[in-house]
Design a protein around this ligand. Structure first.
Ligand code: BGC
Length: 767
């Protein structure tokens, strides 16, 4: 793989540290030091302003703008895509002494250090600023976002003059003049602003999506100071002159409340007064209490969801960073939120959620926080109507879930993807199945789950077609391998649709038997009929799955006849290929972007024999260039399963440190948040050998040779199981007073609160 690690940050098990400032790394560091709490996210930009390269990004989950596509007049092609819009700079600060403005890029700076503490979620930056006059001042800045009281953000500025007493001019405010960098447009229109005694607030609205954000702050300063009100278009704040005494600390605390209104349901006045009330509550809580609550939140996360790796400092830091960022992006607060491919850390991918949510992210929540898993599925239920509209756009009944979205509508205006990729729809069905299979949440299944399944199957049955020979399948589609467009019988699409039909029929028959009244209600609501059920059953039975006698699946009809490319002959400089090869050139050979056949073998793993998995891995992996950051982890998991342990570890190398080491050379644009989830999946399913698609959980743990041990937890049937793997042994223990049956190395055991130990069998040894 054409990927090179670029280790810039200091290794530490619990911190991400930048020691010294390198302007060429400024945007990468901004992404890495992004903070989020599912509700909002803020990049690690320098709040005092900088002339170094910067993407000053502040985002809210579900706050977007619309734009016009240039492709109009083609039915089904998206004409008004939306994207997560850059919002208020609530950290806005400017500092100057004797007319000299602080700008880390040009000011003389010493002892620059930035630390993100994964145990508290607090980001700290400190440095000494040396003025032209030789005056030295130590500056520290801290920020954090409250993980539970999601509207709250905090900023602290500490100033300690080292060799002088004097004054510093400070401006602090809220700025809605933020430019959406990808489009070079400012999208906010101010509706109201005003001052309080020690604070100020501003409320703005987006231009075309008409969503609103209220932002307000209160200051706490450890000295009496005259604050001069400052108002500019889209801006409100204060200018002040702070007295500095040599060796003494001056502290400014800014407590910020941001309240969003995703859909206008109230007047400006009413949102304003709601915002002011929340701000008053924030003030009442106080900074120290908020910090304590923050610590309690993260203590819980690390006590329960941590993965400990002994003998590999890099991956230890890497996986903790992944868990940290995943929690920051999503922890199930609100069913109208989802997980963008870049989380809340940048503008790339428009902030959109993809099929990554159900296939790569869901397992993390299924095994750590089932309520969050359910909320992710509720997001799809809440956007079912939009999915139905999308199906109509594509001339079909039922529901077609978008390839990229924030609000449920399709946001991708590349028709090859938006009109021919159905993995979001089959992904939702898969997600429902996986969730219910593990949690047995029939209440969800018989209500929202079944309704979604009906609409998805309805769409699939209409979008699929019958060949003259009487076979069913999908024509003119693109599977997960985005290097093959308008193909017939793509293996992934056909296989996943078949599973969707089967599951829908199974669920509806179960409902007819066990909950006929609910079935009647569903029938009334959706119009589902016995004829439809019979048709879906027939579609499933007749679905074409192209497989040779050896067990090798053909990725699509005709794939084996495509011209072959030796992917290793492509010079490293030509990656990423989308930027260096014409779009159509990519489509004309057997090169694969990311797992397609291997993906369905991963998702429904136990339905395939070991031999089938080996044959397909050996055929497809050498043709795959892993241009999607999700690809290496899936390969790593399957490589571990078929005993290619070294290869599994090589692929894993990209997973935990994809962004910390900027492997894809684009961390500046934002984090690869869904790949971060895949890193967790990589350890737990790959080395831990977890499989969750059979009648009970099974584990086949192995351990990378260079590790001394690793430990992780999964919650299953209310039992929290801790698994520790060392080079010789595996130990299982339920840590919360339950017991549970699981399969380990092909044998069923009941695991309880006593530690249960086994020696790793020969087959799973990595030496
Ligand atoms: C991949 C998609 C994925 C998207 C967002 C693309 O590069 O091909 O499968 O959904 O990135 O992560």
């Amino acid at each position: 793989m054409a990927k090179i690690a670029d280790q810039y940050f200091v290794l530490d098990p619990w911190k991400i540290i930048e020691d010294g400032f390198d302007p060429s790394y400024s945007q990468v560091a901004e992404s890495i030091f992004s903070l989020g709490n599912e509700y909002m996210g803020v990049r690690g930009y320098f709040e005092e302003g900088t002339t170094s390269e910067s993407l000053l990004g502040s985002y809210f989950n579900g706050i977007y703008e619309n734009t016009k596509s240039t492709y109009t007049g083609y039915k089904g092609v998206v004409t008004e895509p939306h994207f997560m819009v850059n919002a208020v700079d609530w950290l806005y600060t400017r500092l100057s002494i004797e007319g000299e403005q602080l700008d880390i890029n040009v000011s003389t700076i010493e002892k620059f250090r930035r630390e993100l503490d994964l145990k508290t979620g607090v980001l700290t930056r400190s440095f000494t600023w040396i003025l032209a006059s030789g005056k030295r001042i130590k500056i520290s800045m801290q920020r954090f976002l409250h993980m539970e009281r999601a509207e709250y953000g905090y900023q602290v500025i500490q100033l300690v003059p080292e060799n002088f007493s004097g004054v510093i001019s400070a401006t602090l405010g809220l700025d809605f003049n933020t430019i959406h960098a990808g489009r070079d447009v400012a999208y906010w229109q101010e509706q109201k602003k005003g001052f309080t005694e020690q604070g100020a607030s501003i409320l703005s609205q987006t231009i075309s999506s008409e969503q609103r954000v209220y932002s307000g702050f209160e200051l706490e300063i450890n000295q009496d100071v005259v604050m001069n009100k400052l108002e500019q278009p889209q801006f409100i704040g204060y200018e002040m002159t702070l007295n500095l005494s040599e060796g003494q600390e001056t502290t400014v605390k800014k407590m910020v409340t941001n309240v969003v209104e995703k859909k206008i349901t109230e007047s400006v006045e009413s949102l304003w007064s709601r915002g002011e009330k929340v701000l008053a509550l924030q003030k009442g809580l106080g900074y120290e209490k908020a910090l304590l609550e923050q610590k309690t939140f993260w203590d819980y996360v690390w006590a329960n969801f941590d993965i400990q790796i002994e003998g590999d400092d890099k991956n230890q830091q890497g996986i903790r960073y992944c868990i940290f960022q995943l929690q920051q992006t999503y922890h199930g607060q609100d069913p109208t939120n989802n997980i963008g491919a870049k989380g809340l850390t940048g503008e790339a991918y428009g902030g959109h959620a993809f099929w990554d949510t159900e296939t790569c992210c869901l397992p993390y929540y299924l095994f750590n926080n089932p309520k969050a898993a359910r909320n992710l599925l509720e997001f799809r239920y809440n956007t079912l109507e939009q999915a139905k509209v999308r199906a109509r756009d594509l001339d079909c009944p039922g529901a077609c879930y978008p390839i990229a979205t924030l609000n449920g509508k399709e946001a991708c205006d590349l028709w090859q993807h938006a009109s021919t990729q159905f993995q979001p729809s089959t992904g939702v069905a898969y997600g429902i199945w996986h969730y219910v299979h593990l949690t047995e949440d029939k209440e969800f299944l018989y209500g929202h789950g079944a309704e979604m399944l009906i609409e998805i199957s309805r769409f699939l049955a209409a979008r699929g077609d019958w060949s003259p020979e009487g076979d069913f399948g999908f024509f003119g589609v693109m599977g997960p391998d985005e290097f093959q467009v308008m193909v017939n019988h793509n293996g992934y699409t056909n296989y996943m649709a078949q599973q969707t039909f089967d599951y829908t029929v199974e669920v509806l028959c179960e409902l007819q038997r066990l909950a006929p009244t609910m079935y009647d209600l569903l029938q009334e609501k959706t119009g589902v009929s016995d004829d439809e059920l019979n048709n879906w059953q027939k579609c499933s039975e007749k679905t074409v799955i192209l497989q040779e006698k050896t067990g090798l699946f053909e990725q699509h009809d005709g794939y084996f006849k495509l011209p072959h490319i030796d992917i290793h002959s492509i010079p490293v400089e030509e990656f990423p290929l989308y930027n260096h090869w014409s779009y159509d050139r990519i489509y004309r050979n057997d090169m694969i972007k990311q797992p397609d056949v291997l993906m369905f073998q991963f998702l429904y793993n136990q339905r395939f024999t070991s031999e089938e998995k080996r044959v397909n891995y050996e055929f497809y992996e050498p043709r795959t260039i892993h241009e999607s950051s999700l690809s290496p982890s899936i390969h790593s998991i399957l490589a571990a399963e078929i005993g290619r342990h070294e290869e599994a570890f090589d692929f894993f190398g990209f997973a935990t440190r994809m962004d910390l080491d900027n492997y894809n050379r684009n961390t500046n644009e934002g984090l690869h948040t869904t790949s971060i989830a895949a890193a967790w999946v990589n350890i737990v399913y790959g080395f831990g050998g977890l499989r969750s698609d059979g009648p009970m959980l099974l584990f086949n743990p192995s351990i990378p040779q260079s590790w001394d041990s690793y430990t992780f937890r999964v919650e299953y049937k209310q039992a929290v199981i801790e698994i520790k793997v060392t080079s010789e042994k595996v130990a299982f223990q339920v840590v919360n007073n339950h017991s549970v049956e699981i399969t380990i190395y092909d044998q069923v055991y009941e695991i309880g609160t006593d530690i249960f130990t086994l020696t790793i069998p020969e087959k799973w040894r990595t030496e």
